[in-house]
Design a protein around this ligand. Structure first.
Ligand SMILES: *[C@@H]1O[C@H](CO)[C@@H](O)[C@H](O)[C@H]1NC(C)=O
Ligand SMILES: *[C@@H]1O[C@H](CO)[C@@H](O)[C@H](O)[C@H]1NC(C)=O
Ligand SMILES: *[C@@H]1O[C@H](CO)[C@@H](O)[C@H](O)[C@H]1NC(C)=O
Ligand SMILES: *[C@@H]1O[C@H](CO)[C@@H](O)[C@H](O)[C@H]1NC(C)=O
Length: 964
């Protein structure tokens, strides 16, 4: 009886242990409960995630799982907490699973006591804010199967010696993403001993490949991620031993040459990422063996050739990314077999052929189709409505012709449509947007569409981005924009609007960051630009319209304001001295070519961020205000073509970042100040056509970087300083600034290829001289003395004009050292002696004027010199061809003053000047705004994203090496 009672009791206990635990009958062990409470105590838990950690049964607490049989805590999983990791965990002896990922342990070291948790099989410390050396004690966890210490957001963990890892012989999963493994050069040997490894992730570990290993024993490995390590080598040979891989990520590793043959045996691959390397082969035929491949990404390489043979067998493909390579040819018909394909990225290649290749079942599955910046042609398919899942369609910068099919209006999933820079045309109607209720971005710049919906049309969508540059929308301002409440980006430039801007429009601008209404015939006044944008960096471009009235007050969010070439009038005082706005962020202000008058007020202290200031071509009078000195970030200042008088303000010397200073065509008086040397970064200095007098100061020679110096048309006297050889860029002793920045307006979506942009841009006629314009113009002053030999040290000069001065003496023999000279004008002075024979060495010379001096003797022979017109030499005592007079007869050629020639040379100089200030003016402003963005990120991988964010708003900046 006694026995059977105890037996019964035993049975009940066992049964209960088996079945009742989950019903919370079993209380957890007191020692473990205490340990957990101590553990909790050291954690920060402001939001009460561990509020269930009370009561006796710790097995009931959130994040805790106990062993059903023994009641021991087996499993701890806590997230989103801070604080410290208490060593009390040691008392939880049977712990098998510890998941502390996604916490914030505030830069603490991983505690070594974790190495004493002998039963641990699963340890996840990822993204938990641990720093420092990973303790080798973890190597004691011989049962460990899963170890994750990775951090995708940047880890500060480090391993200096990997040996401890080799003890973890049960390890199946190892993730050390972001951990610094640059020191242990034996990482591969160590890992090669982990024979159970299935999944290995060593992304961004700063690994190196100094190893002689070429066979590895990774037969069990299914997943390998080595992305983001800068190996900068060939793909290592041992990769061929990984025939069972299902997932391989070698992106961004600096691998080069051909796509490795060794991949061909990995026929089980489902995911292959080789993007952002420098592979330059074609896509090998054996890719067609990857019949299970779902994701193929080889974007951002130098891969060439066609893809005809590639796709046929890849019927499992879901995502295909070949963008930004050098692929060409037409797309294979076999695309139609890829019935699972959802994403195609082919942007930035040279694919051609008809865009209608997308037929068959692919039309039903495609969600993302990116074809931008290729050479696709043909018309949009009339069955475009069959692409029932299409969310994003990008065909920017191709040669797509024809109209927009009405079926476009059936793409009810469509969110994003970018078709700028094609040759589409025709009439677009409300029908084209019928079901596009999800549309957010619509960009179709540069096509010849006409769109004039009914005035009562209410669009089914709420757009955030809209650009219709060059569409025919006018003459009325499009009324339907009234319904767009979330616009972030709007370009209606060049759309034939002949209207005033309706008042409701300004209630639709509170989320705008880009507004471009330029090149229309918008008239009327603008009451204010105060309600614009919700954070900084708003750009507004209303140039080339007929807007009148005063310059409106602006929101402090505006950083770029372009109102040039309008009819704005009145004084600048209200705008610049406005007290409403406290913190102006304006960096670029262009009010050029308006009808502004009055003095420039002393209010520049309110505009501390200004980098580019353009007020040229107005009717401004008075002095240049001394508060201009508060603009200490100014890089580009244009006051040309006004009626400014007085001297250059002393305070201007504080604008030490100035690269361009253009004060030409005013009535400025006084001397060129000696403090000009403070503006030592100047690349362009234009003081042309003012009333400046006195000597040219020696201090001017401190402008080492100067490339264009124009002091023509003043009353400067005295000798030309003998220190011009200090202009070290002109002298070829110093490189011109590393990069020059050309801006070409609104060539959004263009190929990042200099040639393309320069040719397409409006600076076409200058494209050959654009890169190296170096000019020195001192003409039309009263300079005396001889031509200093130091000027001939400026061997990079392309144009030199010293004409209409009172220079005497000989033309220095060394003039021929200025080997790049294309234009030389030293006419109308008192130069004497013979033309040096050396001048015939100036092989680039295309314009020469030596007329009206006292030169004598024979014109040197040299094919070039004889090719110039006689007017280049008349008014001297010269003889020989091209002049008709024979030398022996000692006859002077007669001629009258040739005003046309005089004007001709002036115009020529002026053209250089105008051109430079146009280019550099736009340009340097963007050095600050856009330049750093472009320079600091990888151009190739992000240019498209960047373009999307800068948009086609005003300027597309092209970075180009200045000197080849
Ligand atoms: C590929 O690049 C390697 C150097 O990385 C070069 O030697 C080879 O000629 C290139 N091949 C092609 C087809 O451009
Ligand atoms: C591919 O596998 C076959 C047989 O499995 C083997 O003979 C061949 O050497 C392997 N090729 C490579 C490049 O590893
Ligand atoms: C496509 O796959 C089939 C069978 O899977 C194979 O016989 C054929 O050779 C493959 N085609 C190519 C081009 O590799
Ligand atoms: C664009 O396509 C048309 C016809 O489709 C063709 O005639 C023209 O040459 C193409 N233009 C370019 C620049 O490829």
């Amino acid at each position: 009886m006694e026995i059977s009672v105890s037996l019964l009791f035993l049975i009940i206990t066992v049964v209960c242990n088996l079945f009742c635990n989950s019903l919370s009958d079993v209380i957890c062990l007191e020692s473990e409960r205490t340990a957990l409470l101590m553990f909790k105590n050291d954690l920060d838990d402001p939001s009460g995630r561990l509020s269930s950690w009370t009561g006796l049964d710790c097995c009931e607490w959130d994040g805790i799982i106990c062993d059903v049989l023994t009641g021991h805590v087996r499993d701890i999983r806590i997230h989103n907490l801070g604080g410290k990791l208490s060593p009390s965990l040691i008392n939880i002896k049977n712990l098998a699973h510890l998941d502390l990922s996604r916490n914030n342990f505030g830069g603490a070291q991983i505690p070594s006591f974790i190495g004493s948790l002998n039963y641990l099989q699963y340890l996840d410390l990822s993204e938990s804010g641990f720093e420092g050396i990973i303790p080798h004690h973890i190597g004691n966890l011989s049962s460990l199967e899963y170890l994750n210490v990775g951090d995708h957001f940047g880890s500060k963990l480090i391993v200096t010696n990997m040996q401890w890892l080799s003890n973890l012989s049960s390890l199946k999963y190892l993730d050390m993403t972001g951990v610094n493994l640059s020191e242990p050069s034996d990482w591969l040997q160590v890992i090669n001993n982990l024979h159970s490894l299935v999944d290995l992730r060593l992304s961004r570990c700063r690994l190196t490949l100094f190893t002689s290993i070429d066979v590895v024993d990774f037969t069990s490995l299914r997943v390998l991620d080595l992305s983001g390590n800068d190996f900068n080598s060939l793909v290592p040979y041992w990769i061929r031993s990984l025939g069972n891989l299902v997932h391989l990520d070698l992106s961004d590793c600096g691998f080069y040459n051909r796509i490795p043959f060794a991949l061909q045996n990995m026929t089980k691959l489902e995911y292959l990422n080789l993007s952002s390397n420098n592979f330059n082969s074609t896509i090998p035929d054996w890719f067609s063996r990857f019949v299970d491949l779902e994701v193929l990404n080889i974007a951002d390489n130098l891969i060439e050739g066609e893809i005809q043979g590639l796709l046929g067998n890849l019927t499992s493909l879901v995502s295909l990314d070949l963008s930004h390579n050098r692929l060409e040819g037409i797309l294979p018909k076999s695309l139609a077999n890829l019935c699972r394909l959802e994403e195609i990225y082919l942007s930035g290649n040279r694919f051609s052929g008809d865009i209608q290749v997308f037929q068959g079942c692919i039309t039903k599955s495609l969600r993302f189709l990116y074809l931008g910046s290729n050479k696709f042609s043909g018309e949009l398919p009339s069955n475009i409505g069959d692409f029932v899942k299409l969310k994003k369609l990008d065909i920017v910068d191709n040669n797509i012709t024809g109209t927009l099919p009405e079926e476009f209006g059936q793409l009810q999933e469509l969110e994003y449509f970018v078709a700028s820079l094609n040759s589409l045309e025709g009439v677009v109607s409300e029908e084209h947007f019928r079901n596009l209720s999800r549309l957010k971005i619509f960009r179709a710049n540069g096509n010849k569409f006409s769109f004039k919906p009914n005035r009562k049309w209410v669009p089914p969508f709420q757009l955030t981005g809209l650009s219709l540059r060059k569409w025919d929308l006018g003459p009325e301002f499009p009324l339907w924009i009234k319904h767009m409440r979330n616009l972030n980006y709007l370009s209606l430039a060049q759309t034939g609007i002949i209207d005033s801007i309706p008042a409701w429009f300004w209630n639709r601008t509170s989320k705008l960051s880009h507004l471009n209404l330029s090149s229309n015939q918008i008239y009327g006044q603008i009451p204010s630009l105060l309600n614009l944008g919700f954070d900084g960096n708003v750009g507004v471009d209303l140039k080339c319209n007929r807007i009148s009235g005063p310059i409106p007050p602006i929101s402090p969010n505006i950083s770029i304001l372009v109102l040039s070439s309008n009819l704005f009038s009145g004084s600048l005082r209200d705008f610049l001295c406005n007290d409403v706005v406290q913190e102006n962020r304006l960096e670029i202000l262009n009010l050029g070519n308006n009808r502004l008058s009055g003095e420039i007020p002393e209010c520049w202290m309110k505009w501390p961020s200004m980098r580019v200031l353009r007020l040229e071509g107005n009717n401004l009078t008075g002095k240049i205000p001394s508060s201009i000195g508060f603009l200490t970030r100014l890089q580009s200042l244009h006051l040309r073509l006004n009626n400014l008088s007085g001297i250059l303000p002393f305070s201007l010397q504080k604008c030490v970042d100035l690269l361009l200073l253009d004060l030409g065509r005013n009535n400025l008086t006084g001397k060129i100040p000696v403090w000009i040397n403070k503006l030592s970064k100047l690349i362009v200095l234009n003081l042309r056509l003012n009333e400046l007098s006195g000597n040219i100061p020696q201090e001017l020679c401190h402008l080492n970087s100067i490339q264009t110096l124009d002091l023509a048309g003043n009353h400067l006297s005295g000798k030309i300083p003998r220190c011009f050889n200090n202009f070290s860029v002109m002298a070829g002793k110093q490189q011109a600034s590393d990069h020059i920045y050309y801006s070409v307006e609104d060539t959004f979506g263009g190929v990042p290829d200099s040639q393309f942009l320069v040719l397409k841009g409006r600076f076409r006629e200058y494209s050959s001289t654009l890169q190296l314009v170096m000019t020195l113009d001192l003409s039309d002053n009263v300079l005396s003395g001889s031509i200093p030999i130091e000027i001939t040290r400026l061997i990079r000069l392309q144009a030199l004009n010293l004409s209409r001065n009172s220079l005497n003496g000989n033309i220095p023999d060394s003039i021929a050292d200025i080997g790049f000279l294309e234009s030389l004008d030293i006419s109308k002075s008192w130069l004497s002696g013979e033309i040096p024979q050396s001048i015939s060495r100036l092989t680039f010379l295309s314009h020469l004027n030596l007329s009206y001096n006292n030169l004598t003797g024979r014109i040197p022979t040299g094919t070039q010199l004889q090719g110039f017109d006689t007017s280049s030499f008349i008014g001297n005592g010269l003889c020989g061809p091209p002049l008709s007079g024979k030398c022996d007869e000692n006859e002077e050629t007669l001629s009258t003053e040739d005003e046309e020639e005089r004007d001709g040379s002036l115009l020529r100089g002026e053209r250089f000047g105008v051109f430079l200030s146009v280019v550099l003016g736009f340009v340097f402003g963007f050095v600050g705004v856009v330049g750093p963005l472009i320079l600091n990120i990888s151009w190739r991988t992000t240019y498209f994203r960047l373009l999307n964010s800068i948009g086609n708003y005003i300027y597309y900046v092209l970075v180009k090496t200045f000197l080849r």
